[in-house]
Structure formats: structure tokens, C-alpha cells
Write a protein that binds this ligand. Sequence first.
Ligand SMILES: [Zn+2]
Length: 428
Amino acid sequence: MTRIFSLLAALLLAAPAVARAPTLDAVAEHYVKLSLVVGTHEDGYIDAYYGPPAWQASAKADKRPLSALAADATSLAADLSAADRANRKAPSLVRRRIAFLHGQIRAMQTRLAMLQGKKLSFEDEAEGLFSVRPTLKPLAAYDPILAKIDALVPGEGALSDRVDAFNMRYRIPPDRLDAVMRAAIAECRARTLAHIALPSNERFDLEFVTRQPWSGYNWYKGDAHSLIQVNTDLPIFLSRAVDLGCHEGYPGHHVLNMLLERNLAKRRGWVEFTVYPLFSPQSFIAEGTANYGIDLAFPGEERLRFEAKTLYPLAGLDPAAARAYFELGQAMRALSGARLTIDALYLDGKIGRDQAVELARKYQLMSKARADQSISFAERYRSYVINYGLGQDMAQAYVERAGRDPAARWKAMEHIIGGPTVPAELAR
Ligand SMILES: [Zn+2]
């Protein structure tokens, strides 16, 4: 009797909640529409959108204040939790979709709090926006790496000046830039196509621009089309060609966006993938895989061989000098974490701008102008910087757990970039 009663009570209590749970599709649509409204309060918040134009138009007409949007986001999060409970036993792709939406909505709530003036520490902000809490090493941890690099670039004067002078010998002349970039992108594309099938209508436009806080950008337009922009404010060194071709193009941003559009937005009708809010865990996956994509496409010394054989002649540079440049580039990668520490010190108000620029020169071994660009980027994008180095480390760890076989690694990469992936999934 008691058992039957409690069973009935449980059913009665549970039934209305299940019946009221919104569908995931309804939650997703609400998420897209609210993201677009948040985007009207901050330029650049919406990195890409190719859903219904009418939703964009109603977002522009929505004049609710930020506090009302925050309340809306709270109710959206509650709806998702209800839909989550109703879909506990859903197939794994649906569970991944739910995890993805949780991270994206949490990021929206964090960004709305920031837009309303809430001050967060670098680490709290990164965790709220990108679902990853960075571990910041003290700068002294990078001193032994500087000592190693010092031996690679002997001479007089500060190491950053010597490295910059060394790099300048590998500058791509402006009139050769277009040819070098196109050759690099074509090679990144061919290497990606050998492993990942892409839509037959996929294409990109390449443009050279100035006066931006970034060095390159992919603007995804929908329908398998990207605009790739390269900032020419500062001299462009040879290694940027392959970096950019893989990062912005193949298998980086252009490919990730195309796969999400084809696999999820079009095939499944999951509308949340028609919008890409920049300050969200989606960027951790996008930047991390775009950076790791360089190593995946050019393992070991394949990059050195390709650059020496094809890009050096196109740039009018001597291929005999390629190895020294490649080795310096490899050594400097161990410094990437220093950028997070410097940006965190600066953004948390512990050091001033001049000191941040000086530290960027010292630990990222760059010219004053380039260090200045790096700090301008931190001012504009703040904790977004974690997505590059940390995202790369986590994407690499995930993909390389698939073993040494290149086919298995590319398959693991396609799993991350072609599905609803959250940073925690990379750590598993
Ligand atoms: Zn990027």
C-alpha cells in the first residue's frame, strides 16, 4: 500500500514537470534569438549568423535593457535544465548538444553580467565565458626557455631585438604576399581534403586589410563560404603563411564552420549552430583546433619541407635559411603560455600598459609594435587569449590519444570540429 502510494505520488509529482519541459529545439531557438539581441548591445559579439534574416531584424527592434536580457537568459537556462532532465537517456549526440547549450548559455549570462559592469578576475571571466579555468604560470617559469632561445640567436643587444631582426630576414615582400598566402592555403586545403570530405561548393575569399587588433580573421558567411582577412599593419614573416592557411582556412575555422553548418544546422535542423557568439566555449574549440590543425596537417618536418620547396622561392627567400627559422619557431612555441600570464596581470590591474608591452617584448620575443598589437588585442578581447594556446594543448591531447596513425588523428579531429563539442569533452 505504502509502496503503491509513493509510486503514485512520484508519478504525479514527476509527470507535470516532464510534460512542461520545453523541447530542445525550442530552447535552441530561444538561445539564437536572445544571442542576436545581446549582439545588438556589443559590436563583434555575433561572429557569424546565417539563420533566418527575420530573427536578426526582430533582434534589432528589441529594445529591452540589459537587465531584462539577463532575466531572459536566466529563464532560458532553467528551460534548458528542464529539457536536460527530460532527455537524460537521449543518444550521445543529443547529450553533447545539451552540454554545448549549457556552456553557451552560461557564457551569455557571464557576458551580460560584464556588459552591465560586473568586474571579474581574468580566471573567473575565462571560466564563465569559455568553460575552462586557465592555470597561469609565473613568468619566471619561462626564463629557462628564453635562455635556450638566446643560444639560437647569438649576438649583441636584447634578445627580443635580436629575434625581431632575425625574423625580419624572413619577411614576405608585400608584392609577393598574395602568391605566398594562396600557395599556403592551397596546400593546407589539399592536406585536409585527403582526410575530410567537404561540401563541393565550399569557397573562400582572401583580403588584405589594415588597422585591426588581430593578425588574421575568418568571417564565416554561411553556405560553405568564408572571407579570410589578413592584417598587413606589421611585416608578415614567412611562417605566417602556413599558420594562417591552416588556422583561418583548412582544417581551421573555415572547415569547422562548414562542418557544423552541414552536419548540425542543415542535416539536423539544430538552429543553435547558425549563430556563433564570439565570447563562448565555441571559440575555445574553434581557436584550439585551428591552431592544432597546423601540426595535424604538417606533422614533424613536413612543414619545413613544404616551406623550403614552395614558399621560399615564391617569397624570393633563400630556402637554405629555412631550417634555422623553423627551429627558432619550434623553440618559441614553449613561450605561448607567457601571453596568458602577462594579459592576466594587465587586465587584473596588477601592471600598467607600458609594463605589459615590455613583458610581451621580453617573453614573446617581439618588436615593440607587435607587442603593442598583442596588448591591444588583450584590451579588446580580454580572456579570449586562453583559447589559442590552451585550446591548442587540449585539442592536441585529445586528437593524439587516437594514436600515431594519421587517419585516426584526422578522424578524431573531425569528431571535435564537426560536432557539438565542449572543452570538457577534450579533457576526457
Ligand atoms: Zn582564430
